[in-house]
Design a binder for this molecule. Structure first.
Ligand code: NDP
Length: 338
């Protein structure tokens, strides 16, 4: 079969394209300009004409994906902004929500062969920050707090809330659209909700300053000593290796019983100091950080229950030390760390 991957040049998406090709799928990637496909063409040259590209300059435009969806058997929608630079929340919410709407609409109108659409959401759409007590979040939960934050604070809302609101609103829009149009669809919808994604990079990246948001945070907090002792001990979330997230997306495409479901992905909780301690096992020059902190006495305010993905998708997880080791090897080879 042929799979359309939107935003094919992104950090997560290139790993997804790789796994799809390795499993024998043909892939059509969308990118915003022809130049953004060049690296992928080289990287996957051995797959020949099993990889092709369509340029979609503006994913928010009506009919944006009308051409791109023609003839594909399934869709993986990953294109969505992940940055902390929006002044007005609409700058990030706009493309997230509208891009999700246009892909679903194009799939309905012109995706005559489409059997499944997978949307890459995030645990940003599931978990609420700043709760007074630790909480275990499941697929039943929604981050309504982020939506309220941007509604009440507008451009003064926290950057993290602007991004998490964009993911929550985009995923809510996807399910609302799906419920409304279900009766006339020949395909079903699956949503995958990963937490922070870390791991080595295979997308095009000019320089360490151009790292995608999650890996940029990892670089700054783990290797560059960006966090003070309190930050290293208290700031964290859940995580998954980028290669496991790609696998989860492929499984979300393949498992019939996944239809109509959302799936939390998580290898477990972390604090920045966990990553620092891990990195120091492989590279003694990593700054020691908070040497008082201990995982045994640490409290994780946010835990996500990923048992559904384990059961239905059979997702397993690369351990934290392995991910750290692979990131360091990658960075070293690029001359960003030694
Ligand atoms: P990247 O920034 O590497 O990739 C983002 C992709 O989306 C790129 O292809 C980018 O295209 C495209 N994109 C961004 N903004 C727009 C826009 N306005 N219009 C069209 N395309 C756009 O980040 P990731 O790979 O990390 O993110 C991919 C997806 O994964 C996102 O949906 C993100 O929310 C989700 N995710 C990421 C997590 C993480 O920790 N990394 C965690 C959970 C979910 P271009 O290169 O042209 O800008």
């Amino acid at each position: 079969g042929k799979v359309l991957v939107t935003g094919a040049n992104g950090y997560v998406a290139v790993w997804l394209v790789k796994q799809l090709l390795e499993q024998g799928f043909s892939v059509r990637g969308t990118v915003r300009s022809p130049a953004k496909a060049e690296h992928l063409k080289k990287l996957f040259a051995s797959h020949g004409d099993k990889l092709e590209f369509v340029v979609v300059e503006d994913i928010t435009k009506d009919g944006a994906f009308d051409e791109a969806v023609k003839g594909v058997d399934a869709i993986q929608h990953t294109a969505s902004p992940f940055h902390f630079n929006a002044v007005d929340p609409s700058e990030i919410i706009g493309p997230a929500v509208a891009g999700t709407g246009t892909i679903l609409q194009s799939a309905l109108k012109f995706g005559t062969n489409v059997k499944r659409v997978v949307v890459l959401s995030s645990t940003a759409a599931v978990q609420e920050a700043g709760l007074p007590e630790p909480k275990v979040f499941t697929e039943k939960d929604w981050n309504n707090k982020a939506i309220e934050e941007v509604e009440t604070k507008g451009k003064d809302a926290d950057q993290i809330e602007k991004y998490t609101a964009s993911k929550t609103l985009a995923e809510k829009a996807a399910w609302a659209w799906y419920e409304k149009n279900k009766a006339q669809l020949k395909w079903d919808l699956v949503v995958v909700n990963p937490p922070f994604v870390f791991g080595p990079l295979i997308h095009e990246i000019s320089d360490v300053s151009a790292l995608n948001t999650s890996m940029n945070l990892w670089y700054l907090f783990v290797l560059k000593g960006a966090g003070d002792a309190a930050t290293l001990a208290t700031v964290g979330n859940c995580w998954a290796d980028v290669r496991d997230v790609a696998t989860a997306l492929v499984r979300a495409l393949e498992k019939p019983e996944a239809g109509g479901e959302r799936f939390i992905i998580s290898a477990g909780p972390w604090k920045w100091q966990d990553w620092v301690n891990s990195a120091r096992k492989f590279s003694p020059s990593v700054p020691a950080g908070n040497t008082e902190w201990k995982r045994e006495t640490n409290v994780d305010p946010i835990i996500t229950d990923s048992s559904k993905a384990s059961k239905v998708l059979g997702v397993t997880y690369i351990p934290l030390d392995q991910t750290t080791k692979d990131i360091l090897a990658d960075f070293e080879q690029r001359g960003w760390w030694k």
